[in-house]
Design a protein around this ligand. Structure first.
Ligand SMILES: Nc1ncnc2c1ncn2[C@@H]1O[C@H](COP(=O)(O)OP(=O)(O)OP(=O)(O)O)[C@@H](O)[C@H]1O
Length: 333
């Protein structure tokens, strides 16, 4: 079996709930696979469980939440996500992470170069000179101008975009197999957002790192992801390659998300610039049986309120819906 046949990252049936709160389920059985060199975007409204999925993979679930089922594998080997000590070795060394707010990952009291150095020192045995040379190399790799000067700068001297580049340098310092980027551009100007995504893609081409990109920004997804996974209220509801998902979404929720993205073309032909999805995501404690999107769904049927639809994959395109949007040219049942 070649490495191409083994996913870099595999999550199987991950379930997370709030401790001591019956029925408060945050993830209701989430599975995903990330392949070498691939970018998988995870999208969905606020509160759907995107961040908790990534925090669980890193063994960083907030206090009060617990995993009740599910496994995580890195290149086929189970990850001990409940073992704090073991996870300290895996974080950064095998899974890098970039969050929305770069300052949350940096200490304002130390120059940024020293902070990149600390990541290296924790995971690799390099001599002092070699380690510092690697810090400068990493800052150059993330396209920071004058890396020697930047390395000696304190965080408050750098712009938001530069800080996020430093955080990316820290995340890739130990050449991880997987990079999880949770809203990495949300706090940045629009022009800087595009630069950061281009940078991640450049690093991916150089190293083959697999990227899980968690975002609300479907525009970014269209330009950067190979595959897209759509989450709704703690479940995966659709997954497909990016082109299929954008041109032929099958889940009514995905369709709603795409319609809720500003579209001047639609407006020019007499439609609305954006159509929002009516209603809100149900509370995690809502005991609702069946599909959790049903109350907001224009295609709901009796079955949707009674049972949870299976996630069914046909030709690489998966959807969990009793009455998916027909494919182009397909006659509705
Ligand atoms: N410590 C906690 N205790 C109880 N519930 C929590 C806790 N942390 C998160 N949640 C709940 O878990 C659910 C999933 O949260 P999560 O942050 O994963 O959503 P998300 O899809 O990443 O949203 P966003 O896009 O806003 O980041 C939310 O309903 C949230 O309120």
């Amino acid at each position: 079996m070649s490495t191409r046949d083994v996913p870099l990252l595999e999550i199987e049936d991950l379930r997370i709930r709030v401790r001591n709160t019956p029925g408060a389920e945050i993830l209701r059985g989430v599975s995903l696979r990330l392949w070498p060199g691939e970018t998988l975007a995870v999208v969905g409204e606020s509160g759907c469980g995107k961040s908790m999925t990534s925090l669980a993979v890193m063994g960083l679930l907030p206090e009060g939440l617990e995993r009740t089922a599910g496994t995580v594998r890195l290149t086929g080997t189970p990850v001990p996500i409940g073992d704090n000590r073991a996870m300290r070795r895996i974080r950064a060394a095998r899974i890098g992470m970039v969050f929305q707010e770069p300052m949350a990952a940096l200490d304002p009291l130390f120059p940024v170069g020293r902070q990149v150095l600390e990541v290296l020192n924790e995971h690799q045995r390099l001599g002092r000179r070699a380690a510092w040379a690697r810090v400068i190399e990493l800052l150059g790799l993330v396209d920071l101008p004058d890396p020697e000067r930047i390395a000696r700068s304190y965080p408050h001297r750098l712009s938001g975009g530069q800080l996020q580049r430093v955080v990316i340098a820290m995340a890739i310092a130990c050449s991880p197999e997987v990079l999880i980027a949770d809203e990495p551009t949300t706090a940045l100007d629009v022009t800087v957002q595009a630069q950061i995504i281009r940078l991640l893609k450049k690093l991916q081409r150089r190293t083959g790192v697999g990227i899980v990109l968690i975002t609300h920004n479907l525009g970014l997804v269209a330009h950067s992801a190979d595959r897209v996974m759509v989450m709704y209220a703690g479940r995966k509801v659709e997954e497909a390659d990016t082109y299929s998902l954008f041109t032929a979404p099958r889940h009514p929720y995905t369709r709603g998300l795409l319609d809720a993205t500003p579209n001047p073309e639609r407006q020019a032909t007499g439609g609305r610039l954006l159509n929002e999805i009516p209603g809100i995501v149900p509370s995690i404690t809502d005991p609702m049986p069946g599909c959790r999107f049903a109350p907001r769904c224009v295609r709901r049927t009796e079955a949707c309120r009674a049972r949870v639809p299976d996630f069914t994959v046909v030709a690489g395109h998966g959807v969990a819906c009793f009455d998916p949007v027909p494919r182009p040219g397909e006659v509705a049942a």
